[in-house]
Design a protein around this ligand. Structure first.
Ligand code: SF4
Ligand code: ZN
Length: 281
């Protein structure tokens, strides 16, 4: 495993090598209270990027309270401006109520519902705050899992969008998302945040539903790793090369949701579709 200095260098290489952002543009770092987004903010700030932080309080009981507390401490420690948004102020309900309402009508996973709503609010808020990029804490383990899941489910549209920068979607209302931890593992961000004593919550979300096929993919990668310690980095580099060589020139154009006006691939965006389900009689 890499040292903290090597981890920082690898993140720097990813940012510069993939031209993820420049030092003038405002980068909004989406914090969750966890180790990955804390590492992202710490390194971007240390490298001199123009960062501000964003935290969406999902109101998931004590777990959210601990994460909010850690986020406030982290931003104070790093002297970064924090934008706090409460889901009830934005949408009128806590994440648990939204999920309960939707799941009583249709069987969808917690993380699927939560992910769609978080992405929607994050994009809207980042645009309102004048951010040119959104930096997230997605790491190498997340990306490998998502890649294999999309491959196994033949989600080709989503497959082409992978990479340290979501370069597929270029639209004035869509704030591009960057992933500086693209080549950094879960174990490495744990080591990094512990070594630097960053205020971070290591506890898992009590509503996490990252099970099923994702768990199978994780087990498969773990098996590979027993034979080759560097397999994750080799796999992701091969995947990126494969995508580069085969990505279609034209990928589904972005339109605007006819209900909320946010960017969407379909007439109505995923977030509005979820809300329709929630209020369906
Ligand atoms: S683990 Fe799932 S439910 Fe919990 S915050 Fe993340 S996406 Fe939402
Ligand atoms: Zn919409």
């Amino acid at each position: 495993m890499q040292t903290t200095k090597q981890i920082e260098q690898e993140i720097k290489n990813t940012i510069e090598g993939y031209k993820l952002c420049n030092k003038k543009e405002k980068v909004l770092v989406a914090l969750s209270g966890g180790k990955d987004s804390a590492t992202t903010l710490y390194v971007l700030k240390k490298l001199g990027y123009n960062v501000e932080a964003f935290y969406l309080d999902l109101l998931i009981g004590d777990w959210s309270k601990k994460n909010l507390d850690a986020t406030i401490k982290l931003c104070e420690k790093l002297k970064v401006k924090l934008h706090l948004v409460n889901i009830r102020d934005e949408l009128g309900y806590s994440m648990c109520s939204i999920r309960g309402g939707i799941k009583s009508k249709e069987k969808l996973s917690n993380c699927m519902i939560c992910g769609v709503i978080k992405r929607y609010l994050l994009n809207r808020k980042a645009r309102e705050l004048g951010a040119k990029k959104i930096a997230t804490g997605h790491n190498l383990d997340d990306e490998i899992e998502v890649y294999f899941m999309n491959l196994l489910k033949a989600n080709t549209d989503l497959l082409w969008g992978v990479g340290p920068q979501n370069g597929v979607t270029l639209d004035k209302k869509f704030v591009p998302r960057i992933k500086p931890l693209y080549f950094i593992t879960n174990a490495e961000t744990r080591k990094f945040t512990k070594a630097l004593k960053l205020p971070v919550v290591y506890e898992k979300c009590p509503c996490s539903t990252k099970a099923g096929i994702r768990n199978d993919v994780r087990a498969m990668v773990l098996e590979f790793e027993k034979k080759n310690k560097k397999i994750k980095k080799e796999l992701i580099k091969n995947m990126l090369e494969l995508i580069k060589q085969n990505r279609p020139r034209k990928i589904g154009a972005i339109a605007y949701c006819e209900k909320c006006g946010e960017p969407s691939r379909n007439a109505v965006c995923k977030s509005c579709l979820l809300f329709e389900k929630m209020f369906k009689k």
